[in-house]
Design a protein around this ligand. Structure first.
Ligand SMILES: C[S@@+](CC[C@H](N)C(=O)[O-])C[C@H]1O[C@@H](n2cnc3c(N)ncnc32)[C@H](O)[C@@H]1O
Length: 312
């Protein structure tokens, strides 16, 4: 007997039909193990809810942080010039994003790096926590004279190839004031424990006199939360996750650590660590959906010298 369909039958591809029940089992077992290993409460969630709309969060941020002298708040409409730049970027470089998840979002973040920093004034750029980022292709095409470095925890340092391995908060091989531009895309939320705060000091050390460090996205919620996927995080690891944050076990998150700051935690934890030589600009992006419905960028942060290559 022949089957009337060319679709693979379930018993031909057990990995597909087994994937969901296996994940469910790993999630439940992981959650139980974590609950045994920590006295802290763990809230299961579906996705990574923020507890408030982006506009509500922005209003709370402005109210909570408006008195800080080294902080500027800025709203950027992605239906305008920046959005046009993102569309041009996509037309020119989308071929490098074919194998990238959330490709339109990533490409937007990379395009905004070109829009928000004047890289023609930069000599040395470092793509921090770069993984396999396609931005390197666009950077080489747009700014061939730029000295491009890539950094990630996964790399082994090889300065002859402009590669920096290890923790971004501890770039010991790099001289003071070495970089004019740093950018982090889809990565700062993964800086677990005190690495986010320590990174602020390292930015101050490695940035030159006109330098800027762009962080996109900056994740915000109505309370300080750390999301994680219990199916992949080993028991015991939660001990290093922020005290005072709500621990949230996120279904299908597939990430070890995703920090969402509350307006208060952003101020008390991160902005309080910004030294006098640096300023901070907090960005609120609106109308990102006009670029593509998949865009989720809402907030960003720039740490920069008072006179820097920032264009805004
Ligand atoms: C989602 S990937 C980054 C994607 C990439 N920036 C892009 O635009 O395609 C997150 C990366 O952060 C890196 N990472 C996490 N914590 C880090 C730290 N403290 N220092 C350096 N890299 C870190 C991980 O190794 C991982 O490769």
């Amino acid at each position: 007997m022949t089957l009337a369909t060319t679709e693979p039958t379930p018993w031909e591809e057990p990995s597909t039909w087994l994937r969901e029940p296996l994940y469910t089992l790993a999630f439940r077992r992981g959650l139980e193990r974590h609950r045994r290993a920590t006295p802290r409460a763990i809230s299961p969630t579906v996705g990574t809810p923020t507890g408030a709309t982006p506009d509500e969060l922005w209003r709370s941020l402005c109210a909570a942080l408006s008195r800080r002298s080294n902080l500027r708040t800025l709203e950027l409409d992605l239906a305008g010039k920046a959005g046009q730049r993102a569309r041009d970027y996509w037309r020119r470089f989308s071929r490098h994003y074919r194998k990238v998840g959330a490709a339109r979002e990533k490409a937007l973040e990379h395009a905004l790096t070109f829009e928000l920093m004047d890289l023609s004034r930069a000599r040395r750029y470092c793509d921090v926590a770069s993984a396999k980022s396609p931005i390197q292709h666009a950077l080489r095409a747009e700014y061939p004279a730029l000295d491009l470095y890539r950094q990630d925890l996964l790399y082994e340092t090889d300065l002859s190839r402009r590669i920096i391995g290890g923790y971004a908060q501890n770039m010991t091989q790099i001289a003071d004031g070495f970089f004019d531009a740093l950018a982090l895309h889809c990565s700062f939320e993964h800086f677990a424990g005190s690495s986010d705060v320590e990174f602020v000091s390292e930015v101050d050390r490695v940035l030159g006199s006109r330098g800027a460090c762009l962080i996109l996205p900056l994740y915000m919620a109505n309370e300080h939360r750390v999301y994680f996927d219990p199916s992949i995080v080993p028991p015991g690891q939660l001990a290093s996750y922020d005290d005072g944050a709500r621990l949230c076990a996120a279904w299908h998150y597939r990430q070890h650590h995703g920090r969402f700051y509350s307006p208060e935690a952003l101020g008390a934890r991160l902005l309080a660590a910004v030294p006098s030589g640096l300023s901070a600009t907090l960005l609120h992006f609106v109308n990102g959906q006009s670029i593509d419905p998949s865009v989720y960028l809402r907030f960003g942060l720039v740490l920069h010298r008072p006179e820097s290559i920032l264009t805004i």
